[in-house]
Design a protein around this ligand. Structure first.
Ligand SMILES: [Zn+2]
Length: 97
């Protein structure tokens, strides 16, 4: 159900950014919108703490929607949903890859 709503939202609004609830982040030393962001301390911090503030990674690797992996794109979903996502485990790239 949530997946279907997400896909409908993307079709209607042209993506999560138009909802006003999504942000793209980067940090010094990482080019914007590049996978290298996932190798930064900033991403590691986000991976561990975003859920505490109600954010989740929208498109983790292997996401069921089939979207390209975007380690920089986080969406506010509220603390309850973010906590549920964190409890189910956010996919992470194996070390050394
Ligand atoms: Zn984005």
């Amino acid at each position: 159900m949530a997946r279907q709503l997400q896909m409908e939202e993307d079709q209607v609004f042209g993506g999560e950014h138009h909802s006003g609830r999504a942000v793209d982040v980067t940090t010094e030393g990482a080019r914007a919108f590049e996978l290298e962001f996932e190798r930064t301390p900033a991403f590691e911090w986000l991976r561990e703490n975003a859920g505490r503030f109600g954010f989740r990674l929208s498109f983790p690797e292997g996401n069921p929607c089939g979207y390209a992996y975007e380690p920089w794109h986080f969406r506010w979903v509220g603390k309850i949903v973010a906590k549920q996502v964190a409890a189910s485990g956010m996919p992470r790239r194996p070390t050394g890859k």
